[in-house]
Design a protein around this ligand. Structure first.
Ligand code: KIV
Ligand code: ZN
Length: 518
């Protein structure tokens, strides 16, 4: 039996990155796009080109670099947005313009258009996009709360104006599986010309049903799923790519569809997106959570030893987890490190390997066994050679009779400066010391600590998110000393804020616009 193909449209870099705090740097966006392209994603929504110079540059560069994927940019329903979008995606060997407008009563009220004016706007903007590009996607935002008759009317207009993909967004995560399947099925059966276009589903996870709703839509006739890595996205997030792809792979018996995704690349990109977005993956998250393949209970372990299928419906290797793997230690050399990193999916250039090797040796001196997760934390260290602020040394005095005191030396713009600061706990004292040496008005939004492996000598990964004048930056670091990791993550976040501050200085960037503006 030949299976129907379901296209995978990844919007990690647009809908995912739009999530407050998930902002990625230009280099990080390019890196994620390369991983998406390489894993077989059919369409990459690379950004919202009109939103800022940064978004525009990222989309155009991704368009130039993509080898296999179609590159798509988002545009609101106006000519300026669409022209800007085309300017960015036109470099791709396969470009797509995605234009949208909110069609539900609540969304129609925003641009203050009546139903006829909106219908005309849809006709004009889709026609304009189609005159620029022969691959045009159109979305009626909040489709699942749009009146049925009006939805049919506008979908028909968009098809007649030349849209090649019609995306049906469940913008607020309101629908349920049966309804999701029915909506697509009925649209295909009712709207003239529907069988000449591809219907897509775009679900949000507010009620925890995004994956189920997306799969139901496919059963109803959709042949494109819009999703993000780790389900990254505003509020409760978007449909998770890894969940829909693995569900289609494992349950091909009841859902006879295939995707072009190389599922063995899932774990690597999941970790990378978690790191660059600063949104850690919950331990019990389906497919990519730390515990997704862990079988802790005695009964499970016994069953697993006899036959892995007793409790496992998919193999860890299928999502890119290596099976049991031996840790490295302080006697392991560069060749062993290179082999292990390549097994984990990292092909580092010689200078990068040297860098990681130095950090590995330092860690191995402090920690008997260096596990895969430790190595990944080392590779993902965020420090860049251009950082204005660097940690030179830190000594913290702790005790039950507080206050705790941090004695710190920072290197700021090439010169060492030192101070002592107290605080309510060692981390507070450390952050106060940084602030005393480098005064700033940024507000701490998130401070998160997670042990990389088990044991009291485990490294701690710390994520810090800071906000200053609407700009948000996430810093991250790992160290066997939680306070040192905290200091480095905090400094990393400030360094990134400084880059962002510079980029948004007058003349450097345009002011960001919201995709909710009309
Ligand atoms: O959720 C949504 O409606 C969107 C649209 C822009 C497609 O992200
Ligand atoms: Zn969305």
């Amino acid at each position: 039996m030949t299976k129907d193909k379901v296209l995978i449209f990844d919007t990690t870099l647009r809908d995912g990155e739009q999530s407050p705090g998930a902002t990625m740097s230009h280099a990080e966006k390019l890196e994620i796009a390369e991983l998406l392209d390489d894993m077989g994603v059919d369409i990459i929504e690379a950004g919202f080109p009109i939103a800022s110079m940064g978004d525009f540059n990222a989309v155009s560069e991704i368009a130039k670099l993509a080898k296999r994927s179609t590159i798509c940019g988002l545009a609101r329903a106006n000519y300026k947005d669409i022209d800007r979008c085309w300017e960015a995606v036109k470099h791709a060997s396969s470009p797509r313009i995605h234009t949208f407008i909110g069609t539900s009563p609540l969304h129609r009220a925003i641009p203050n258009l009546d139903v006829d004016e909106m219908a005309q706007r849809i006709h004009d903007t889709v026609t304009h996009a189609r005159n620029l590009c022969d691959n045009v996607q159109w979305s009626p935002m909040d489709a699942t709360r749009t009146e049925w008759d009006y939805l049919c009317r506008v979908v028909e207009i968009a098809i007649k104006a030349g849209a090649t993909t019609i995306n049906i967004p469940d913008t607020v995560g309101y629908t349920a599986p049966e309804e999701s399947a029915d909506l697509i099925r009925k649209l295909i059966a009712t709207v003239p010309g529907a069988d000449e276009v591809i219907f897509a589903t775009h679900c949000h996870n507010d009620l925890g049903m995004a994956t189920a709703n997306s799969l139901a839509a496919v059963i109803g006739g959709a042949r494109q799923i819009e999703c993000t890595i780790n389900g990254l996205g505003e509020r409760a997030g978007n449909t998770a790519l890894e969940e829909v792809v693995m569900a289609l792979k494992i349950r091909g018996d009841i859902m006879p569809f295939e995707t072009g995704i190389d599922t063995r690349k899932i774990m690597n990109i999941s970790r990378r997106v978690a790191t660059v977005s600063g949104f850690a993956v919950q331990f019990n998250k389906a497919i990519v959570g730390k515990n997704a393949f862990a079988h802790e209970s005695g009964i499970h372990q016994d069953g697993m030893l006899k036959n892995a299928e007793t409790f496992e419906i998919m193999r860890p290797e299928d999502v890119g987890l290596s099976g049991t793997s031996l840790p490295l230690g302080k006697h392991s050399g560069r060749a062993a490190l290179r082999a292990k990193l390549s097994e984990l999916g990292f092909d580092l250039a010689d200078n990068q390997l040297n860098d990681v090797f130095v950090r590995f040796k330092d860690l191995a001196d402090r920690k008997k066994e260096v596990f895969d997760d430790d190595l990944m934390a080392l590779v993902y260290q965020n420090d860049s050679g251009d950082d204005r602020i660097k940690l030179t040394s830190l000594r913290v005095v702790c005790g039950t009779d507080g206050p705790q005191q941090a004695n710190m030396v920072l290197n700021i713009d090439g010169a060492d400066v030192k101070t002592s600061a107290t605080g309510d706990g060692p981390v507070d004292a450390t952050f106060n010391a940084v602030k005393a040496l480098f005064p700033h008005g940024a507000r701490l939004q998130l401070y998160q600590v997670q042990a990389v492996t088990e044991g009291t000598d485990a490294q701690a990964t710390v994520i810090v998110r800071m906000e200053e004048a609407g700009r948000i930056a996430t810093g991250q670091s790992a160290d066997t000393d939680t306070v040192v990791a905290s200091a480095k993550a905090y400094i990393n976040a400030i360094n990134r804020l400084l880059v962002r501050r510079e980029k948004s200085a007058p003349g450097h960037d345009t002011k960001g616009v919201s995709y909710k503006d009309s």
